[in-house]
Write a protein of this length. Structure first.
Length: 284
């Protein structure tokens, strides 16, 4: 049987796919842009059209699949948007679904991930929730615009600390879980980096590797929201979810450091400086 990877073109999904292939699993990558997926993975995987808003795509995507990596697309802000696919997984007798959730979500009902976790558990499908800290790719991706153009880390996190984790490490952890479904049945794993950093420290590291003065001026929520909606043109629902996450970060939910990654994989996580050096092109 095969492993279905949703969001395979995204930050985590691509690394889940690659790690599963390396472990010898047969993989089906699913999404709405099959041409893009084919360009990424060629003949190493099977492909399936999957649109979470179209139930007619579910059965084919789940055909001959017994494990699933499930990721909520950022543009689907309501947890209920994911429920029909979860119901379909139950009908297909999935052995294990690993849902990409959020660190601390077990005590934070505001983001949609909380209700999605609860719905999966109530469905009776064996689960292994993965609750990572903030992705390092958030800085090399969506937040790199301000770093490159304004020499500024622009996030409303105050003086809080965050145990940043490389999406590549998250992907390896998830692939390890899916490769051993019986071992990890009905579990939850908080995956973090090896240290917690505040954004002043992030700016210092970026200044060092870019040889430019990068600053962190602690923007407020309203300034951040206005900039990302009006100037960056991002969807309000997406920006509001990020604000909720940064609000929780300010009260300390993102600073926790765990050894779950080491326990799962037997390896150490990458440091932010190592990540930043490898992704220097994203900051210049």
């Amino acid at each position: 049987m095969k492993v279905l990877v949703t969001g395979a073109s995204g930050n985590v999904g691509q690394y889940v796919t690659k790690a599963l292939i390396e472990k010898g699993d047969q993989v089906v990558v699913a999404g709405t842009n099959l041409q893009k997926l084919a360009g990424m993975f060629n003949d190493k995987v099977d492909f399936a059209l999957l649109d979470f808003t179209n139930i007619d795509t579910f059965n084919n995507a789940l055909k001959n699949v017994d494990r699933v990596f499930l990721m909520r697309p950022p543009h689907l802000g309501k947890p209920e948007d994911m429920y029909p696919f979860i119901d379909a997984m139950k009908d297909h007798d999935i052995q294990l679904v690993s849902f990409l959730s959020l660190m601390g979500i077990e005590s934070n009902p505001i983001p949609p991930h909380y209700k999605i976790e609860k719905y999966i558990e109530a469905s009776g499908i064996p689960f292994a929730h993965v609750r990572p800290g903030f992705f390092m790719q958030n800085l090399s991706g969506i937040h790199s615009v301000e770093i490159k153009n304004k020499n500024e880390v622009f996030v409303p996190a105050g003086n809080s600390k965050t145990s940043f984790i490389d999406a590549k490490d998250i992907g390896l952890a998830i692939a390890t879980i899916l490769n051993n479904p019986k071992t990890h049945k009905n579990t939850a794993h908080t995956i973090t980096g090896g240290q917690a950093l505040n954004y002043h420290q992030i700016a210092t590291i970026l200044s060092k590797i870019t040889e430019r003065q990068i600053v962190y001026n602690k923007p407020g929520f309203l300034k951040y929201r206005k900039h990302y909606i009006k100037n960056r043109g991002l969807p309000k629902a997406y920006v509001n979810v990020t604000i909720a996450l940064y609000f929780m970060t300010r009260i300390g939910t993102a600073r926790k450091v765990t050894d779950d990654f080491v326990t799962l994989t037997g390896k150490k996580t990458r440091t932010f400086e190592e990540f930043a050096i490898e992704h220097l092109h994203c900051f210049k």
